[in-house]
Design a protein around this ligand. Sequence first.
Ligand SMILES: *[C@@H]1O[C@H](CO)[C@@H](O)[C@H](O)[C@H]1NC(C)=O
Ligand SMILES: *[C@@H]1O[C@H](CO)[C@@H](O)[C@H](O)[C@H]1NC(C)=O
Ligand SMILES: *[C@@H]1O[C@H](CO)[C@@H](O)[C@H](O)[C@H]1NC(C)=O
Ligand SMILES: *[C@@H]1O[C@H](CO)[C@@H](O)[C@H](O)[C@H]1NC(C)=O
Ligand SMILES: *[C@@H]1O[C@H](CO)[C@@H](O)[C@H](O)[C@H]1NC(C)=O
Length: 423
Amino acid sequence: MHLSHVLSAAACLVSSALSTTHPSSGGSNHEGPDLNGKYWIYGEGIAASFIPYGASISNLVLKDKNGVPRDIVMGFDKASDYAADKAHPHLGGVPGRYANRIKNSTFEIEGVAYHITANENPTAEHPDGLDTLHGGKDGWDWRDFDVVSHTNNSITFSIVDPDGKEGFPGEVISYITYTVGDMTWDAKMVAIATTKKTPIMLSSHTYWNLDGFANDKTSTVFNHTFHLPYSGQRVAVDNILIPTGDILANAKGSVNDFWSAPKQIGQGFEDPEIHGNCGFNCTGYDNCWLVNRPAAHDWRADGAFVASLSSAWSGIKVDIYSDQDAFQMYSCGGQNGSFPLKAGQGVGRHHDAVSSRNVGDPQTTTTKKGSDRTVPKYGCVVMEVQDWIDGVNHPEWGRLGKQVFGPGGDPYVLQVSHRFTVG
Ligand SMILES: *[C@@H]1O[C@H](CO)[C@@H](O)[C@H](O)[C@H]1NC(C)=O
Ligand SMILES: *[C@@H]1O[C@H](CO)[C@@H](O)[C@H](O)[C@H]1NC(C)=O
Ligand SMILES: *[C@@H]1O[C@H](CO)[C@@H](O)[C@H](O)[C@H]1NC(C)=O
Ligand SMILES: *[C@@H]1O[C@H](CO)[C@@H](O)[C@H](O)[C@H]1NC(C)=O
Ligand SMILES: *[C@@H]1O[C@H](CO)[C@@H](O)[C@H](O)[C@H]1NC(C)=O
């Protein structure tokens, strides 16, 4: 990609956003990828790897309450496996240029209707699908990003999304920076519409299992405790998860109530309301909760997390802080035991990835039990910070200022901070 053009066009806008994440002392070691094609970064008690494909997180390793390193995100052992995977579950990547679903693969900006590529819910009449999921057939998480910078504790990727790609108007240039610190993993995503007004909404589509898929009592996330303190409301959706425009109340004690108190994900499955909760014939969660905060709030303030997930088995807890105003949680009802775990994951398996760059080296793993080498139904949870889904088709929600960007205006910015504790 024409990176010099990217840098000259975008340098002014993004330099301030990027500079805060780069250590001024340099510290750039540019070691490049390991033998599996992964770029590792290191913080205090935490290590993570990323790949250019989709600017995806591939490993996230920290020690559980017994001091055992756990890799708590889904992924493949090799970077080259991601593009080869036909099922493509948007694994740890950045969905773009517009995350989640767009109704009828259509939107309008200033009176002009745009039709983008459909890629979900095919019918005889619409063989490509009835809607667009995660930016279309060749959305950002199907593409190789450029590595702009790689230091010991951060990595920055960039992508140039051309005018007309997947039917979207105008060129978009984006930088994705990941940083790890003292038991933290942060992401900053900046995108600039350089030529035309266009919708932009990004996210991180990470699949979590806080037990590193190694819990010998249960392979599901039903015993993970989830909390959405600001989410008394959610977006109403139809049978194929397209927003209807209505906003629903999450009545206290109902399946979608995670605001009144932290609750185990499995608890909702005891209520018949859980059937059809994630679309037609779908049991579980794949919902977009609104994040309702006071107008003046500091999203970084201690305790002001938008979501929290924990598992008593590993003792690992993640509090998610973000500047975004909605939160999607998916309970992995689509997994069916076909997706393989990484070498260091699973019952009886672990590796010292905090100090080793050779993840997947069979000599660093041990096997006590040969089974449980795949992700079962409800074996993971996806948590996505984003804006109100399909807000581009719902001007009545008042989200256009946060979802439509053009030359001369502010850049799109998403910030998220994952803060871990173990106990
Ligand atoms: C990278 O960061 C880790 C964690 O802060 C530190 O232990 C290690 O010494 C650093 N390595 C280099 C080459 O700076
Ligand atoms: C399981 O899911 C994978 C990926 O979506 C799919 O290719 C496969 O056909 C499914 N298997 C069964 C038995 O449903
Ligand atoms: C749905 O999309 C089709 C094809 O792109 C278009 O012709 C039609 O006008 C759209 N319908 C609505 C209600 O936007
Ligand atoms: C684990 O989850 C199951 C299913 O929701 C529940 O019945 C059980 O009580 C939970 N166990 C613990 C220890 O919380
Ligand atoms: C609904 O789901 C059940 C269980 O997975 C399946 O047997 C049934 O065929 C599905 N019904 C329809 C209409 O898809």
